[in-house]
Design a protein. Structure first.
Length: 110
C-alpha cells in the first residue's frame, strides 16, 4: 500500500502485513472516535432537552389559573353528543335481498 510506505525501506515479505495492521489501527481509532463523539452528542442533546422540559414545566406551574366552567354549555354539548352517537333503529326503506328474489321470481313467471 503506497499510502503507508516510507522512503529507503526494504520491502521484505515478512513485513507486508504491517501496512494492513496500521490501516486496521487507523480504522479502529476512527471508529472509537466516532463512538465517543456520538456519545457526547447524545448526552448533550438529552441534557438540554431535559433542562428545556423542566423550564417549561416551571413556567407552566407559575402561570396556573382557575378557569370557570360554563355548565349550561357543557350540558348542551353533552346532550348533542349523546344524541349524535346514540344507537337508533334504522328503518330499511328497501330490502336488497328480497328485491332481488322478487325480480328473479317475476322473470321466472314471465
Amino acid at each position: 500500500m503506497s499510502l503507508f510506505d516510507k522512503k529507503n525501506t526494504i520491502d521484505i515479505p515478512e513485513y507486508k502485513h504491517y501496512s494492513y495492521l496500521r490501516l486496521a489501527s487507523f480504522l479502529i481509532i476512527g471508529f472509537i472516535g466516532a463512538v465517543i463523539i456520538g456519545g457526547i452528542f447524545f448526552v448533550y442533546n438529552n441534557i438540554y432537552t431535559a433542562i428545556g422540559q423542566t423550564q417549561a414545566f416551571i413556567n407552566l406551574d407559575q402561570n396556573l389559573s382557575i378557569e370557570i366552567i360554563d355548565f349550561t354549555k357543557y350540558d348542551r354539548v353533552d346532550k348533542l353528543w349523546k344524541e349524535k352517537y346514540s344507537e337508533k333503529e334504522l328503518v330499511l326503506t328497501r330490502d336488497p335481498f328480497n328485491a332481488v328474489i322478487k325480480e328473479v321470481l317475476e322473470e321466472d313467471t314471465e
